[in-house]
Design a protein around this ligand. Sequence first.
Ligand code: GDP
Ligand code: IMO
Ligand code: MG
Length: 424
Amino acid sequence: MPRNRVVLGLQWGDEGKGKVIDLLAADADLVVRCQGGANAGHTVVVGGKKTVLHLLPSGVLNPNARCIIGHGVVLDPIALCHELDELLAGGSDVAPRLVVADRAHLVLPSHPHLDRAQEAAKGAGKVGTTLRGIGPCYTDKAARTGVRAGELCDLKACEARVREHIVRSNVYAKALGAEPLDVDAAMAAWLPSAMRIAPLVSDSIRVLHEAMAGGKSFLFEGAQGAQLDLDVGTYPYVTSSNTGIGGILTGSGLSHKQLGQVIGVVKAYTTRVGSGPFTAELTDARGEALRQRGREFGATTGRPRRCGWLDLVIVGYACRLNGVDAIALTKLDILDGERELPVCTGYRLDGQVLDGPPAKIEDLARVEPIYQTLPGWDKPSTGARTFDALPKQAQDYIRFIEQRIGVPVKWIGTGAARDEIVVR
Ligand code: GDP
Ligand code: IMO
Ligand code: MG
């Protein structure tokens, strides 16, 4: 078994990373989030109880794992406190084993405010963000005008900087046609949470390197998915971080030599939340049926997810870009009962066949999917625990993916619960 593992989403997020990470965390000493923020919603179901994690790593339910929020994450103190309280109410005090990176940028009250204002100003061209302030926070980071968690150690100075930030952002918000934020009210809502997380902040790079030197095992948790990557995703309909292996490196402070096995999580069909092209999308009753059976409603925003067939063009592209060693295929059980299963194996654009998505968004919106149709299965795969127990056509579906992508499928999700999985 590899000592260190990375788990990445290979589609548009919500592939079932939370479930896979929860399972693998049983073997990990440290579970590390590296990018994104409270835009993520990672669901873990254990003993019939559902927990949705946004900022805390999904390995948090392993009571022995240390949880690290790395410096590539944009950290919303209010969201983190809310999550800590939810776990506390369930009897689990996570704070003593949680480290927040001192270099992580803080989501300030002005960030969600600007997110809303920018989306409203874009009108029909909106990205469909989670409105968690992710884009504006990463914007400040890149503009070198952000506030980092390490600054919480001098609370007075930090408060002054955040106030200043809100005043400056209000000018922009007004230009976008939004009401300005009330500085005192915003600070009153933000400061208590910021004060509460201050003691958790430390030099995460040192913590990670010491643990690595001490032979500890690591699980790196990707958020979002390859198609939402700021550089190689469906720009501009993406999130504001690097959701692939690059984000794990820059967001943790470890080197490529220390990452270990890369596991790509792929849903057995495709979903997407928010705007932007979606080549294999089903806008008819079949898409609606997948949404209902798969309960495809956002774990963070509750929005209905757009649904479509499995798209191996984007999965292959994501595997190539991220050096994926093994695939965890989730939600196979949701396909139970489908008579036939079209799988997108190529894109056609102006008569040419493409094996990857074109960079230009207008071109991507025009590509036509090339489908290969596989037979479905009428016996249930739900709850199967071995590969042989899966319906034969389901086994063939998995082998087809392996052959087309050239990466082995090592885990197969057959239900939402922790133990509803085939390990090959
Ligand atoms: P994440 O963001 O990648 O962690 O995924 P989400 O938690 O947003 O969405 C995945 C949803 O699918 C959650 O409701 C999970 O409980 C559920 N899920 C994960 N794996 C499986 C599976 O194999 N079968 C079924 N039926 N549900 C699954
Ligand atoms: P997990 O980790 C699915 C999408 C939003 C929007 C775009 C930009 O649960 O897989 P943002 O708020 O990040 O600026 O929104 O990215 N998005 C996600 N979609 N799963 C996620 O996370 C997502 N995080 C962001 O819907 O289209
Ligand atoms: Mg999710």
